[in-house]
Design a protein around this ligand. Structure first.
Ligand code: DQA
Length: 147
């Protein structure tokens, strides 16, 4: 059976490539998805992608798809710092979940230093750009093979 991970991108990540390029770089979301898909397929993994600017849609996706996959990688973007609803959705699933950020949220404004989601995730990767996603994929794989 193929191992499948769900990759959730939160609000404004659809604007990557034109949004604050000094912080987030020039890659578009499609570029990121393509790079991580290629990496995943080399590891016999399948990725399913979801992006939304709407909190409830992310909650619904965690409920509806989250339990059918082997792992979740989520960049909750701004909802990281505000959303108890997304935190509770992550907490409600048994699917191992890793939070990722392109930028290092701890070297930025203070309001970004707190994540509602991280405490209910397996772990968090922050600040490695696109490599945050690749590290999360590897982390989930290592977690699954050791459990
Ligand atoms: C982000 C960091 C968040 O603070 C911010 O709101 C984002 C992107 C990142 O990937 O670095 O939209 O999650």
């Amino acid at each position: 059976m193929t191992t499948t991970f769900l990759v959730i991108h939160g609000p404004n990540l659809n604007a990557l490539g034109k949004r604050e390029t000094d912080v987030y770089g020039n890659n578009t979301l499609d570029d990121i998805n393509e790079t991580i898909s290629t990496f995943a397929s080399k590891n016999n993994l399948e990725l399913t992608f979801f992006q939304s600017n709407h909190e409830g849609e992310i909650v619904d996706t965690i409920h509806n798809i989250g339990s059918t996959v082997d792992g979740i990688i989520i960049n909750p973007a701004a909802f990281t710092h505000t959303s108890v609803a997304i935190r509770d959705a992550i907490a409600s699933t048994d699917t191992p979940t890793i939070e990722v950020h392109l930028s290092n949220i701890y070297s930025r404004e203070e309001f970004r230093h707190h994540s509602y989601c991280a405490p209910v995730c397996l772990g968090q990767v922050s600040g490695l750009g696109i490599n945050s996603y690749l590290a999360a994929i590897q982390g989930l794989l290592l977690h699954l093979t050791s459990h």
